[in-house]
Design a protein around this ligand. Structure first.
Ligand code: AVJ
Ligand code: FE
Length: 369
Protein backbone atom coordinates (compact mmCIF):
# COMPACT_ATOMS: atom_id res chain seq x y z
CA UNK A 1 0.00 0.00 0.00
CA UNK A 2 1.30 3.41 -0.89
CA UNK A 3 1.87 5.94 1.87
CA UNK A 4 -0.83 8.18 0.42
CA UNK A 5 -3.51 5.55 0.96
CA UNK A 6 -2.18 4.97 4.47
CA UNK A 7 -2.63 8.68 4.88
CA UNK A 8 -6.18 8.36 3.62
CA UNK A 9 -6.87 5.67 6.23
CA UNK A 10 -5.28 7.78 8.98
CA UNK A 11 -7.46 10.73 7.92
CA UNK A 12 -10.64 8.65 8.01
CA UNK A 13 -9.72 7.21 11.41
CA UNK A 14 -9.20 10.78 12.63
CA UNK A 15 -12.50 11.92 11.12
CA UNK A 16 -14.43 9.08 12.82
CA UNK A 17 -12.77 10.00 16.14
CA UNK A 18 -13.55 13.69 15.61
CA UNK A 19 -17.23 12.75 15.28
CA UNK A 20 -17.03 10.69 18.49
CA UNK A 21 -15.54 13.63 20.38
CA UNK A 22 -18.11 16.00 18.88
CA UNK A 23 -20.88 13.71 20.13
CA UNK A 24 -19.67 13.60 23.73
CA UNK A 25 -18.21 17.09 23.93
CA UNK A 26 -21.31 18.61 25.63
CA UNK A 27 -21.42 15.83 28.25
CA UNK A 28 -19.73 15.57 31.63
CA UNK A 29 -18.36 12.39 33.18
CA UNK A 30 -21.54 11.77 35.19
CA UNK A 31 -23.57 11.73 31.98
CA UNK A 32 -21.09 9.36 30.35
CA UNK A 33 -21.46 6.97 33.29
CA UNK A 34 -25.20 7.23 33.73
CA UNK A 35 -27.37 4.19 33.08
CA UNK A 36 -30.50 5.37 31.29
CA UNK A 37 -31.99 2.11 30.13
CA UNK A 38 -31.42 -1.64 30.52
CA UNK A 39 -31.44 -2.01 26.73
CA UNK A 40 -28.67 0.52 26.10
CA UNK A 41 -25.11 0.76 27.46
CA UNK A 42 -23.85 3.76 29.40
CA UNK A 43 -21.84 5.93 26.99
CA UNK A 44 -18.63 5.17 28.89
CA UNK A 45 -19.02 1.50 27.92
CA UNK A 46 -19.48 2.34 24.22
CA UNK A 47 -16.41 4.60 24.32
CA UNK A 48 -14.22 2.02 26.04
CA UNK A 49 -15.53 -0.64 23.68
CA UNK A 50 -14.66 1.50 20.64
CA UNK A 51 -11.08 1.85 21.93
CA UNK A 52 -10.85 -1.79 22.97
CA UNK A 53 -12.13 -3.08 19.62
CA UNK A 54 -9.44 -0.96 17.96
CA UNK A 55 -6.80 -2.24 20.35
CA UNK A 56 -7.86 -5.84 19.83
CA UNK A 57 -7.79 -5.77 16.03
CA UNK A 58 -5.18 -3.18 15.11
CA UNK A 59 -2.77 -3.22 18.02
CA UNK A 60 -2.96 -6.82 19.28
CA UNK A 61 -3.96 -8.86 16.21
CA UNK A 62 -2.18 -6.85 13.49
CA UNK A 63 0.56 -5.16 15.55
CA UNK A 64 1.24 -8.22 17.78
CA UNK A 65 1.51 -5.98 20.82
CA UNK A 66 0.35 -6.57 24.37
CA UNK A 67 -2.88 -4.89 25.52
CA UNK A 68 -2.49 -1.74 27.62
CA UNK A 69 -4.69 -2.96 30.48
CA UNK A 70 -4.26 -6.73 30.66
CA UNK A 71 -7.61 -8.52 30.88
CA UNK A 72 -9.67 -5.33 30.58
CA UNK A 73 -10.90 -6.35 27.13
CA UNK A 74 -13.24 -8.95 28.66
CA UNK A 75 -15.41 -6.16 30.05
CA UNK A 76 -15.93 -4.77 26.56
CA UNK A 77 -16.91 -8.05 24.95
CA UNK A 78 -20.46 -7.39 23.78
CA UNK A 79 -21.51 -11.05 23.98
CA UNK A 80 -20.08 -11.73 27.44
CA UNK A 81 -21.59 -8.54 28.88
CA UNK A 82 -25.29 -7.98 28.08
CA UNK A 83 -26.32 -4.34 27.91
CA UNK A 84 -28.34 -4.40 31.12
CA UNK A 85 -25.16 -5.27 33.12
CA UNK A 86 -22.75 -2.79 31.59
CA UNK A 87 -23.41 0.02 34.08
CA UNK A 88 -22.02 -2.02 36.97
CA UNK A 89 -18.84 -3.27 35.32
CA UNK A 90 -15.46 -2.00 36.54
CA UNK A 91 -14.89 -0.36 33.13
CA UNK A 92 -12.59 2.62 32.54
CA UNK A 93 -14.17 5.92 33.37
CA UNK A 94 -13.43 9.66 33.24
CA UNK A 95 -9.79 10.67 32.65
CA UNK A 96 -8.61 7.03 32.41
CA UNK A 97 -11.17 6.37 29.70
CA UNK A 98 -10.14 9.42 27.71
CA UNK A 99 -6.45 8.50 27.84
CA UNK A 100 -7.21 4.90 26.85
CA UNK A 101 -8.91 6.17 23.66
CA UNK A 102 -5.91 8.38 22.89
CA UNK A 103 -3.22 5.82 23.82
CA UNK A 104 -4.75 3.09 21.69
CA UNK A 105 -5.03 5.49 18.77
CA UNK A 106 -1.37 6.43 19.08
CA UNK A 107 -0.38 2.75 18.85
CA UNK A 108 -2.80 2.16 15.98
CA UNK A 109 -1.07 4.83 13.94
CA UNK A 110 2.37 3.37 14.75
CA UNK A 111 1.19 -0.05 13.57
CA UNK A 112 -0.38 1.45 10.43
CA UNK A 113 2.99 2.96 9.62
CA UNK A 114 4.70 -0.43 9.85
CA UNK A 115 2.34 -2.79 8.01
CA UNK A 116 2.05 -3.63 4.33
CA UNK A 117 -1.50 -3.30 3.09
CA UNK A 118 -2.52 -3.68 -0.50
CA UNK A 119 -5.00 -5.55 -2.65
CA UNK A 120 -2.57 -8.51 -2.90
CA UNK A 121 -1.79 -8.77 0.82
CA UNK A 122 -1.57 -12.37 2.07
CA UNK A 123 -3.53 -11.72 5.26
CA UNK A 124 -7.23 -11.24 4.38
CA UNK A 125 -7.49 -8.86 7.34
CA UNK A 126 -5.04 -6.51 5.64
CA UNK A 127 -6.11 -7.06 2.04
CA UNK A 128 -7.68 -3.84 0.72
CA UNK A 129 -7.29 -2.46 4.26
CA UNK A 130 -10.24 -4.61 5.46
CA UNK A 131 -9.50 -4.37 9.16
CA UNK A 132 -9.13 -0.59 8.99
CA UNK A 133 -12.42 -0.24 7.14
CA UNK A 134 -14.04 -2.44 9.78
CA UNK A 135 -12.64 -0.31 12.57
CA UNK A 136 -13.86 2.93 11.04
CA UNK A 137 -17.32 1.45 10.37
CA UNK A 138 -17.46 0.08 13.92
CA UNK A 139 -16.75 3.45 15.51
CA UNK A 140 -19.31 5.17 13.26
CA UNK A 141 -21.93 2.51 14.08
CA UNK A 142 -21.41 2.96 17.81
CA UNK A 143 -21.96 6.70 17.39
CA UNK A 144 -25.48 5.86 16.24
CA UNK A 145 -25.96 3.58 19.27
CA UNK A 146 -24.81 6.44 21.50
CA UNK A 147 -27.30 8.78 19.82
CA UNK A 148 -30.05 6.29 20.65
CA UNK A 149 -29.13 6.64 24.31
CA UNK A 150 -28.81 10.42 24.01
CA UNK A 151 -32.53 10.60 23.10
CA UNK A 152 -33.03 10.08 26.83
CA UNK A 153 -30.54 12.76 27.95
CA UNK A 154 -32.11 16.03 29.04
CA UNK A 155 -31.31 19.04 26.87
CA UNK A 156 -28.79 17.27 24.66
CA UNK A 157 -28.60 19.17 21.37
CA UNK A 158 -27.64 16.84 18.52
CA UNK A 159 -25.96 18.39 15.50
CA UNK A 160 -28.40 16.60 13.23
CA UNK A 161 -31.88 15.15 13.68
CA UNK A 162 -34.58 13.58 11.58
CA UNK A 163 -35.67 15.70 8.62
CA UNK A 164 -37.55 15.20 5.39
CA UNK A 165 -36.07 14.17 2.06
CA UNK A 166 -37.37 16.26 -0.81
CA UNK A 167 -39.01 13.85 -3.24
CA UNK A 168 -39.88 14.82 -6.81
CA UNK A 169 -43.59 14.49 -7.55
CA UNK A 170 -44.69 11.13 -8.90
CA UNK A 171 -46.77 8.05 -8.16
CA UNK A 172 -47.11 6.66 -4.64
CA UNK A 173 -45.52 3.33 -5.56
CA UNK A 174 -43.03 2.06 -8.12
CA UNK A 175 -43.32 -1.35 -9.77
CA UNK A 176 -40.47 -3.85 -10.01
CA UNK A 177 -40.65 -6.69 -12.54
CA UNK A 178 -40.44 -10.28 -11.42
CA UNK A 179 -37.26 -12.13 -12.33
CA UNK A 180 -33.82 -13.17 -11.22
CA UNK A 181 -31.73 -10.53 -9.49
CA UNK A 182 -28.32 -10.46 -7.82
CA UNK A 183 -28.12 -9.21 -4.26
CA UNK A 184 -25.34 -8.92 -1.68
CA UNK A 185 -21.94 -7.22 -1.68
CA UNK A 186 -19.51 -7.87 -4.54
CA UNK A 187 -16.43 -9.99 -3.63
CA UNK A 188 -14.07 -7.01 -3.39
CA UNK A 189 -14.40 -3.77 -1.48
CA UNK A 190 -15.35 -3.47 2.18
CA UNK A 191 -18.52 -5.15 3.39
CA UNK A 192 -19.43 -7.19 6.46
CA UNK A 193 -19.52 -10.97 6.20
CA UNK A 194 -23.34 -11.02 6.42
CA UNK A 195 -23.60 -9.14 3.09
CA UNK A 196 -21.74 -11.92 1.24
CA UNK A 197 -21.67 -13.80 -0.98
CA UNK A 198 -23.46 -11.96 -3.74
CA UNK A 199 -26.08 -14.38 -5.02
CA UNK A 200 -29.13 -14.68 -7.25
CA UNK A 201 -32.68 -14.41 -5.92
CA UNK A 202 -36.01 -15.03 -7.68
CA UNK A 203 -38.56 -12.31 -7.11
CA UNK A 204 -42.24 -12.15 -8.03
CA UNK A 205 -43.34 -8.75 -9.37
CA UNK A 206 -44.00 -6.25 -6.59
CA UNK A 207 -44.60 -2.60 -5.88
CA UNK A 208 -42.89 -0.49 -3.24
CA UNK A 209 -43.68 2.95 -1.83
CA UNK A 210 -41.44 5.79 -2.95
CA UNK A 211 -41.32 7.31 0.52
CA UNK A 212 -41.43 6.07 4.09
CA UNK A 213 -44.68 6.36 6.06
CA UNK A 214 -45.08 9.90 7.42
CA UNK A 215 -46.11 11.06 10.86
CA UNK A 216 -49.37 12.29 9.31
CA UNK A 217 -50.17 8.79 8.05
CA UNK A 218 -49.22 7.24 11.38
CA UNK A 219 -51.41 9.71 13.30
CA UNK A 220 -54.36 8.84 11.03
CA UNK A 221 -53.77 5.16 11.89
CA UNK A 222 -53.56 5.94 15.62
CA UNK A 223 -56.84 7.85 15.41
CA UNK A 224 -58.56 5.07 13.49
CA UNK A 225 -57.39 2.20 15.70
CA UNK A 226 -56.34 3.62 19.07
CA UNK A 227 -52.83 2.14 18.90
CA UNK A 228 -50.03 3.63 21.00
CA UNK A 229 -47.94 6.49 19.60
CA UNK A 230 -44.27 5.88 18.66
CA UNK A 231 -41.63 6.04 21.39
CA UNK A 232 -40.94 9.58 22.70
CA UNK A 233 -44.33 11.00 21.76
CA UNK A 234 -46.78 12.56 24.19
CA UNK A 235 -50.21 14.05 23.69
CA UNK A 236 -50.29 17.79 24.47
CA UNK A 237 -53.59 19.61 25.02
CA UNK A 238 -52.45 22.60 22.98
CA UNK A 239 -49.83 21.37 20.54
CA UNK A 240 -51.28 17.94 19.70
CA UNK A 241 -48.57 15.30 19.52
CA UNK A 242 -45.16 16.43 20.74
CA UNK A 243 -41.78 14.70 20.64
CA UNK A 244 -40.30 14.56 24.12
CA UNK A 245 -36.89 13.08 23.19
CA UNK A 246 -33.93 14.85 24.87
CA UNK A 247 -36.23 16.58 27.34
CA UNK A 248 -37.82 18.73 24.63
CA UNK A 249 -41.42 19.28 23.59
CA UNK A 250 -41.24 19.74 19.84
CA UNK A 251 -44.51 19.53 17.91
CA UNK A 252 -44.48 16.42 15.71
CA UNK A 253 -43.88 17.44 12.07
CA UNK A 254 -46.53 15.68 10.02
CA UNK A 255 -44.38 15.63 6.87
CA UNK A 256 -41.44 13.82 8.46
CA UNK A 257 -41.12 10.05 8.30
CA UNK A 258 -42.50 8.27 11.38
CA UNK A 259 -39.61 7.06 13.58
CA UNK A 260 -39.03 5.01 16.75
CA UNK A 261 -41.43 2.25 15.75
CA UNK A 262 -40.90 -1.43 16.42
CA UNK A 263 -41.12 -4.18 13.79
CA UNK A 264 -44.36 -5.31 15.44
CA UNK A 265 -45.83 -1.83 15.05
CA UNK A 266 -44.51 -1.52 11.48
CA UNK A 267 -45.99 -4.87 10.50
CA UNK A 268 -49.36 -4.03 12.09
CA UNK A 269 -49.44 -0.66 10.31
CA UNK A 270 -48.66 -2.31 6.98
CA UNK A 271 -51.52 -4.78 7.36
CA UNK A 272 -53.93 -2.00 8.37
CA UNK A 273 -52.88 -0.05 5.26
CA UNK A 274 -53.63 -3.09 3.06
CA UNK A 275 -49.96 -3.52 2.18
CA UNK A 276 -47.01 -5.38 3.72
CA UNK A 277 -43.37 -4.81 4.62
CA UNK A 278 -40.93 -5.54 1.78
CA UNK A 279 -38.61 -8.51 2.07
CA UNK A 280 -34.98 -7.46 2.36
CA UNK A 281 -34.35 -8.93 -1.10
CA UNK A 282 -37.10 -6.74 -2.55
CA UNK A 283 -35.68 -3.75 -0.71
CA UNK A 284 -32.19 -4.29 -2.07
CA UNK A 285 -33.40 -4.82 -5.65
CA UNK A 286 -35.63 -1.72 -5.55
CA UNK A 287 -33.08 0.42 -3.67
CA UNK A 288 -31.04 1.87 -6.54
CA UNK A 289 -34.11 3.58 -8.02
CA UNK A 290 -35.73 4.70 -4.74
CA UNK A 291 -35.67 8.11 -3.28
CA UNK A 292 -36.02 9.13 0.32
CA UNK A 293 -33.55 6.73 1.91
CA UNK A 294 -31.48 7.77 4.90
CA UNK A 295 -33.79 9.44 7.42
CA UNK A 296 -35.12 6.29 9.08
CA UNK A 297 -34.03 2.66 9.02
CA UNK A 298 -36.65 0.59 7.25
CA UNK A 299 -37.99 -2.61 8.76
CA UNK A 300 -38.26 -5.53 6.35
CA UNK A 301 -40.31 -8.69 6.77
CA UNK A 302 -37.11 -10.80 6.69
CA UNK A 303 -35.50 -12.67 9.55
CA UNK A 304 -31.75 -12.06 9.91
CA UNK A 305 -30.33 -15.13 8.19
CA UNK A 306 -27.10 -16.09 6.45
CA UNK A 307 -26.88 -15.53 2.71
CA UNK A 308 -26.40 -18.93 0.98
CA UNK A 309 -22.68 -19.77 1.11
CA UNK A 310 -22.01 -17.41 4.05
CA UNK A 311 -18.60 -17.58 5.72
CA UNK A 312 -17.93 -15.81 9.04
CA UNK A 313 -15.17 -13.21 8.71
CA UNK A 314 -13.33 -11.95 10.62
CA UNK A 315 -15.19 -13.09 13.74
CA UNK A 316 -18.33 -15.13 14.39
CA UNK A 317 -19.71 -12.69 16.93
CA UNK A 318 -20.29 -9.86 14.47
CA UNK A 319 -23.09 -11.62 12.55
CA UNK A 320 -23.23 -15.36 12.83
CA UNK A 321 -24.35 -15.61 16.45
CA UNK A 322 -27.39 -13.45 15.62
CA UNK A 323 -28.63 -15.49 12.64
CA UNK A 324 -32.02 -17.12 13.09
CA UNK A 325 -35.67 -16.19 13.53
CA UNK A 326 -35.16 -13.91 16.54
CA UNK A 327 -33.98 -10.76 14.74
CA UNK A 328 -35.57 -8.80 11.89
CA UNK A 329 -33.55 -7.04 9.18
CA UNK A 330 -33.60 -3.29 8.66
CA UNK A 331 -32.30 -1.67 5.49
CA UNK A 332 -31.21 1.81 4.42
CA UNK A 333 -30.00 4.06 7.21
CA UNK A 334 -31.18 6.88 9.45
CA UNK A 335 -30.31 10.54 10.01
CA UNK A 336 -27.84 9.23 12.63
CA UNK A 337 -26.08 6.82 10.25
CA UNK A 338 -22.76 7.94 8.78
CA UNK A 339 -22.63 7.98 4.98
CA UNK A 340 -19.67 5.56 5.11
CA UNK A 341 -21.92 2.93 6.70
CA UNK A 342 -24.85 3.09 4.26
CA UNK A 343 -24.67 0.95 1.16
CA UNK A 344 -27.33 -1.02 -0.71
CA UNK A 345 -26.22 -4.38 0.71
CA UNK A 346 -25.79 -3.21 4.34
CA UNK A 347 -27.94 -5.18 6.80
CA UNK A 348 -28.95 -3.90 10.21
CA UNK A 349 -30.96 -6.04 12.63
CA UNK A 350 -32.81 -5.82 15.91
CA UNK A 351 -35.46 -7.60 17.97
CA UNK A 352 -39.03 -7.11 16.65
CA UNK A 353 -40.26 -5.32 19.78
CA UNK A 354 -37.43 -2.73 19.90
CA UNK A 355 -38.25 0.98 19.39
CA UNK A 356 -35.08 2.75 20.56
CA UNK A 357 -33.49 2.50 17.10
CA UNK A 358 -34.20 5.17 14.49
CA UNK A 359 -36.56 2.96 12.54
CA UNK A 360 -39.62 3.63 10.41
CA UNK A 361 -41.67 1.97 7.70
CA UNK A 362 -41.71 1.65 3.92
CA UNK A 363 -44.59 -0.34 2.45
CA UNK A 364 -44.76 -2.82 -0.38
CA UNK A 365 -47.32 -5.14 -1.97
CA UNK A 366 -47.49 -7.90 -4.54
CA UNK A 367 -47.98 -6.47 -8.04
CA UNK A 368 -51.42 -6.52 -9.58
CA UNK A 369 -53.35 -6.11 -6.32
C1 AVJ B 1 -25.42 -4.00 13.29
C2 AVJ B 1 -26.19 -2.38 14.87
C3 AVJ B 1 -26.91 -4.66 15.05
O1 AVJ B 1 -24.87 -2.87 17.57
O2 AVJ B 1 -25.20 -5.01 17.65
C4 AVJ B 1 -21.42 -2.93 16.81
C5 AVJ B 1 -23.35 -3.33 15.23
N1 AVJ B 1 -21.66 -4.95 16.14
N2 AVJ B 1 -20.47 -3.66 17.36
C6 AVJ B 1 -24.89 -3.99 17.05
C7 AVJ B 1 -22.17 -3.72 16.05
C8 AVJ B 1 -20.59 -4.89 16.97
C9 AVJ B 1 -24.59 -4.14 15.57
N3 AVJ B 1 -25.75 -3.78 14.70
FE1 FE C 1 -19.23 -3.03 18.88
Amino acid sequence: MTSSSKEAIADRLAEARRRTHELIEPLDDAQLNRVYSPILSPLAWDLGHIANFEELWLVQTIGKREPLHGELGRLYDAIENPRKMRGELPILRDAELRSYLADVRERTLEVLDAVEIDAGAEDPLLREGFVYEMLIAHELQHQETMLQLLQMADRYEPLRSVGTEPVPPGPEMVGVDGGTYEIGAPPTGFAYDNERPRHAVELAPFEIDRTPVTNAAYIAYMEATGVEPPLYWEGDAEAGWVSVAMGRRDPVDSAQPAIHLSWEEADAFARWAGKRLPTEQEWEVARPSLEAVGQVWEWTSSDFRAHPGFEAFPYREYSEVFFGVEYKVLRGGSWATAADVMRPSFRNWDLPQRRQIFAGIRLARDAGR
